[in-house]
Design a protein around this ligand. Sequence first.
Ligand code: NAP
Ligand code: HSE
Length: 429
Amino acid sequence: MGKDIVKVGLLGLGTVGSGVMKIMEMNKEQVRSRAGTEIEVKKILVRDREKPREVKVDPSLLTTQAAEILEDAEIDVVIELVGGLGAKDYVEAALRRGKYVITANKDLMATAGASLLQLARDKGRNIYYEASVGGGIPLIRPLKHSLGANRILRLIGIINGTTNYILTRMDLEGMEFAEALREAQARGFAEQDPSNDLEGRDAAYKLCILAGLAFNSNIDFNSIHVEGIANLSRRDLLYARELGFTIKLLAIGEETDAGLALRVHPALVPLTHPLAGVLFENNALYVEGNAVGEVMFYGRGAGSLPTGSSVVADLIEVVRSINHQVENGVMESDFRDKKVVPLEELNSAFYLRLQAQDQPGVFAGLANAFSAEMVSLDMIIQKRSREGRAEIVLVTHREKEKNFNAALARIHKFPGIMAVNCVYRVITS
Ligand code: NAP
Ligand code: HSE
């Protein structure tokens, strides 16, 4: 016999929590009918009960005491939208008391997901985390279910809305980095600590979750190579356009013969690639499966209602599994350990911008450094020099990263080179 009413405790009423409450009101009938039963939000945990809210809620629902939710035997489902690693205690406490958990917390799922999912299994419960990656875009469920027949060969994602928003505004509108970041924060895309977005950690947490599901593997977050966009300048976006590229923060996971390759870094993306058209806070995940071929998921990767949409969809699924005693989300228990290939062993094309003395022999010296390490050049730009200083931009063909680094070490030592400004990888296909 199912329950007539499923009671929910909400931890957090910020950007995502407000979106959840708005959707529960806006689509009340549909949610009820899809879930097959009434859903009641019984209590909501916040830090400050007096704070003005984005959504109207009965003030008596608000509490600052987590125990009022975690220890309430009537509450079947806990939705964790507080964020951060500190939320682990809440999730563990909820599972230990036999509650189902829904979370949007990628930091937590990437670093402690395996142990939390094990605890859930031990208690005959489950954790639902669709909103933890890609905001409103369905990614977790497709990887678990719809693409389940495939061996996934490669994932390439734009999975951080804040950095994509910043890069788009800098690239298309000439906006400065700091102003674009302020706007992303005002729109609720950025993390509580925006350095997680800017330094690539948020995207790496998400890659950790996606790669686990795609490659059926336990992924150690620390095995992911991570670089952010904090030092990216408008100058490089302009050069990239001149060469037929844009710059995106990419999260890339591949299963090669040598093992898994996992990395987050800014990269030049050809303007003709589908990922180049993913603008503002939108996210996309491009997946290559050995049966399905190429598939791309696209949509709002952050924000109140898009992320709330994934949370409420999880809630509908939880309520259905409570009432119909069905459970089909246990694949994480089959994960295996797989070798991760060091970055140095991977192949990439590279973009390099440097300052050189405008003198005979400098270009020849650069060419020699690359040829000595068997790195072949694909494109070169040099503008008219000013005050004896020439700015040179080079793009290489795809070569082993360790060969490129060896060439770069030679270039650093070459007397005609005044500064190496930046190096970015280039996506060629
Ligand atoms: P947020 O706007 O900062 O909201 C956090 C909420 O949690 C607030 O209501 C806050 O209370 C409450 N809270 C925080 N610490 C608390 C504590 N120690 N005790 C009691 N209440 C506490 O965060 P958010 O943007 O909604 O993000 C929530 C989660 O969703 C995070 O894991 C985030 O990574 C994830 N996520 C966010 C987005 C997005 O677009 N924002 C998208 C996908 C996933 P007060 O309101 O009283 O301060
Ligand atoms: N800070 C995250 C982003 C929120 O910008 O994508 C969504 O996870």
